[in-house]
Design a protein around this ligand. Structure first.
Ligand code: BG6
Length: 479
């Protein structure tokens, strides 16, 4: 079998709010995650009105990369990372979001981080908005349901593009923009878009209007970015959980096909530049009134992305004669007909482990869009045990990653999929997004901190650290 491309970007992925800490340092304003408490598997995180003294907010200090970035980046360099995917905390740059001038201290922080990465030859891969909208935009404007927020985002994007134009080549506009298709709880609309659904509103309709604004904002950012630096590669980013039919029953097959539109809706527009017919039919059928301003269609057409970044963790399965299964929780995207897949095991958090699904989605996405793909998240959240001598034998994590790398290598070398790189999630232990826990660890570098915020914050290398170092060194040959 032929080898992986020489310039393949092996890296690691993180998001500002989950690892930086320093939530109120350097002029940073609060973001939508700064009012989220810790939850657990099956216990949702609370979104509080204000920052309450008595509550613990795990993202406030996170793993304190804000003060330890040199030490952490030295470890990433030792591992041999070729790129680091992270995000820019929007409220570090625009503390409230609606200012006209950026916060210089916030900009300087990312200058320092990017310079430090580049010093070691690690390319920053940057998401502009990874669940970090300034809280003020959510509270005072209603988040992206309000068209004015489009301008705020575009201003933020432009400032970042100009400031870092010689330091960053790969960008993404919004992280997992499609999470909000699941409106069964408050989490995703809040973190994606700073939106809360009011009583009496149709959540899906609110979501589609919000989505439209975000799609316009993303397209405008792409167009502006390409003018600032034509060499920029600006991508979309979606969570891509394939939805399998439970059986060969044509009803199951068609149901899965239809539900996959939840995954395709955003990239269909961001890659192709226009709304797919199935969405327009849905608006018509459901009586949704979505406001398009004059010129929006042109904006979408002109702002298509260069590549599609996506996260892949698991797959879901649906069955047509099941209509109200308890499995319809956030893991299964709120799908009421989700069932367990008898062929697949799951992690302690109920996330199914399906490496073949990765090859499957790489093929489906590449066939559908014919643009380069980038796996910008994949990984195994698990509890780690620190041995008496301080070593951490995370065999399960290595097995998970190994199987997924095998699958992606097959997609590239056998199927011919165009893939830019692979950045496993949470390369260093960070705060979990869905649960706010520390014990759900993805890292290859361990951080001594627990769910309640206790611990020395010391870093140490897990077995996976040494293993991944060899994977990178051998360009994916030695797994
Ligand atoms: C993705 C997000 O949904 O999955 C990340 O982009 C998140 O922010 C990751 O951390 C893993 O989810 P969790 O809940 O296990 O941290």
């Amino acid at each position: 079998m032929s080898k992986m491309p020489k310039d393949f970007l092996w890296g690691g992925a993180l998001a500002a709010h989950q690892f930086e800490g320093g939530w109120n340092k350097g002029g940073k304003g609060p973001s939508v995650v700064d009012v989220m408490t810790a939850g657990a598997h099956g216990v949702p995180r609370k979104i509080t009105d204000t920052i309450e003294e008595a509550q613990f907010y795990p993202n406030h200090e996170a793993i304190d990369f804000y003060h330890r970035y040199k030490e952490d980046i030295a470890l990433f360099a030792e591992m041999g990372l070729k790129c680091l995917r992270t995000s820019i905390g929007w409220s570090r740059i625009f503390p409230k979001g609606d200012e006209l001038e950026p916060n210089e201290e916030g900009l300087q922080f990312y200058d320092k981080v990017f310079d430090e990465l580049l010093k070691y030859g690690i390319q920053p891969v940057i998401t502009l908005s990874h669940f970090e909208m300034p809280l003020h935009l959510a509270r005072e404007y209603g988040g992206f349901r309000n068209r004015k927020v489009v301008d705020c985002f575009v201003r933020f994007a432009e400032v970042c593009f100009r400031r870092y134009k010689d330091k960053v080549k790969y960008w993404m506009t919004f992280n997992e923009i499609n999470n909000q298709m699941d409106v069964s709880g408050p989490l995703f609309l809040w973190t994606n878009s700073g939106v809360t659904v009011k009583e009496g509103e149709n959540a899906k309709e609110v979501m589609y209007q919000t989505a439209h604004h975000e799609l316009v904002a993303s397209a405008l950012a792409v167009s502006i970015g390409k003018k600032i630096n034509p060499d920029f590669q600006i991508g979309a980013m979606v969570s891509h959980i394939p939805i399998y039919p439970y059986s060969s029953n044509p009803e199951d097959v068609m149901l899965a096909e239809e539900e996959m539109r939840q995954r395709y809706f955003f990239p269909d527009i961001q890659v192709r530049g226009f709304y797919p017919k199935y969405a327009l039919k849905e608006f018509e059928r459901e009586g949704y009134s979505i406001t398009f301003e004059p010129g929006d269609e042109e904006i979408l057409k002109n702002g298509t992305v260069d590549y599609l970044g996506f996260s892949y963790y698991m797959s879901t399965t649906v069955k047509s004669d099941v209509t109200n299964n308890n499995a319809g929780d956030i893991i299964n995207g709120g799908l009421p007909n989700a069932v367990e897949n008898p062929y697949i095991k799951a992690s302690d958090w109920g996330w199914s482990i399906d490496p073949t699904g990765l090859r499957y989605v790489l093929n489906r996405l590449y066939d559908r869009y014919q643009i380069p793909l980038f796996i910008v998240e994949n990984g195994f959240g698990a509890i780690d045990t620190v041995e008496a001598d301080g070593s951490i034998h995370d065999r399960e994590r290595i097995e998970y990653l190994k199987a997924h790398i095998e699958a992606l290598e097959k997609a590239v070398t056998y199927d011919g999929v165009g893939l830019i790189g692979y950045t496993p999630w949470g390369i260093i232990d960070i705060v979990s997004f869905t649960t706010g826990e520390m014990k759900k660890r993805y890292g290859m570098i361990y951080v001594d901190r627990d769910n309640e915020g206790n611990g020395s914050m010391n870093r140490s290398k897990k077995d996976s650290f040494y293993w991944y170092k060899e994977v990178i060194k051998s360009n994916g040959e030695k797994l």
